[in-house]
Design a protein around this ligand. Structure first.
Ligand SMILES: [Zn+2]
Length: 398
């Protein structure tokens, strides 16, 4: 295993990492373009690009997929107020919604006054897919990722809308897969290789899984014949704006009162706060498989923007990795129905990196590290204040 001289990433990263002669990773090298490129010029280029997709006043110009976190306010702010586009906003329900996430979705709809499709797949099928994904891929998030990355494309075909605007492409942000000047676009292949890590919903259909062809309909990418009905372009704003999740989230909290909430296993009060399982079950599985967790991603971003040094980051990383959210794990296991906490510990033990449920080691943070953590804003209840997932949306408060 080789580690980067600047950030916290190593060759364990599932997207793949290369290094220059100074031992600096491709993620850090691509990140430096955020300081070096002429972003004003790049944004002008984006304006010209999206102009060709503009329709008359009654039609949608583009589809914008969202989640209930502050940075999606920024995405819509740019699309509506800077690019003057009329979006159809879509959201694929994770089924694990937090209060903060649902409040953000509500506020987002109200603030931007947009037409909105919130799609919820069949909960029993979704649960079956998650059980299969846990057993074959050691992932509970894979069915959501597969659904979230196909749904906007399916709607684009159905509504004859040719443009989809995503905020950023995670492999570019983390490991610098493409330079921003390459302006990579969404594709079936990039979804297969990076979002789905080379697995396909069809792989779930086998004798032992009890998953049928009908069960995977909501997570399958549209067929080539459907795609050929109209060319769909999926662009990433981060190729035209130097994406900074933290800075943009804070701007949106300031401008629109977007909600930010304390989460487990990371200091970042903006990242994935819409989902009660992301920093709990998903994060433990990530650690078990790769030896690092989401806090490492968050800290790497902060190091690259020069907001923390590597030594402090390492202490904070250790602090959050030692947090084992037992209560939150039990909420998920109850939802899943059929696995006990002991059974889940045994299951995690099959992974290469062991998770210590009986941590005795205390990580002591110094004042500077505490100040860094406290510099992240929160303005609503914690992601885990609720003891169950908000399954279908806000619903009736009865
Ligand atoms: Zn690096």
């Amino acid at each position: 295993m080789k580690s980067c001289n600047k950030c916290l990433y190593s060759t364990n990263h599932p997207f793949g990492l290369n290094f220059n002669q100074d031992g600096v990773c491709t993620g850090c090298i691509t990140h430096s373009e955020k300081f070096d490129l002429n972003w004003q010029k790049r944004f002008e280029k984006l304006k010209i690009k999206v102009n060709s997709f503009k329709k008359n006043n009654t039609d949608y110009d583009c589809i914008v997929p969202v989640r209930g976190t502050p940075e999606y306010f920024y995405l819509l702010d740019i699309v509506i107020n800077k690019l003057n586009l009329r979006p159809l906003v879509v959201c694929y329900n994770s089924h694990f919604n937090s209060h903060a996430g649902i409040k953000n979705i509500d506020l987002l709809r109200e603030t931007f006054d947009v037409d909105f499709i919130h799609y919820t797949s069949n909960p029993l099928v979704y649960k079956k897919l998650i059980k299969e994904s846990l057993s074959s891929l050691y992932s509970m998030r894979w069915p959501f990722l597969a659904g979230e990355t196909q749904f906007p494309v399916k709607i684009a075909i159905e509504k004859k809308i040719s443009l989809i605007i995503w905020p950023y492409y995670q492999p570019n942000e983390q490991v610098g897969l493409h330079s921003y000047i390459e302006e990579n676009e969404m594709s079936r292949r990039s979804r297969h290789e990076y979002d789905l890590l080379k697995n396909e919903p069809n792989d779930f259909i086998n004798v032992g899984s009890l998953i049928s062809k009908f069960d995977i309909e909501d997570i399958e990418y549209p067929s080539n014949s459907d795609l050929s009905k109209g060319k769909i372009t999926g662009i990433y704003l981060s190729n035209y704006i130097p994406w900074d999740s933290r800075k943009y989230s804070e701007k949106m909290i300031d401008k629109y009162n977007a909600f930010a909430a304390i989460n487990t296993r990371t200091f970042d009060t903006y990242d994935r706060i819409d989902d009660m399982t992301y920093m709990t079950i998903h994060d433990l599985l990530k650690y078990g498989k790769l030896g690092y967790s989401r806090v490492t991603d968050n800290l790497t971003r902060e190091i690259r923007f020069g907001r923390i040094n590597k030594e402090d980051a390492k202490v904070i990383e250790k602090f959050y990795q030692s947090q084992i959210p037992i209560k939150e794990i039990e909420i998920f296991l109850n939802w899943l129905d059929g696995i006990t906490l002991e059974g889940f510990k045994w299951y995690l033990n099959n992974l290469p990196f062991k998770i210590n449920f009986n941590l005795t080691e205390d990580v002591i943070l110094n004042q500077k590290q505490i100040d860094f953590i406290n510099s992240f804003i929160f303005n609503t209840e914690s992601v885990h204040s609720n003891n169950k997932f908000i399954t279908y949306g806000k619903g009736l408060n009865i």
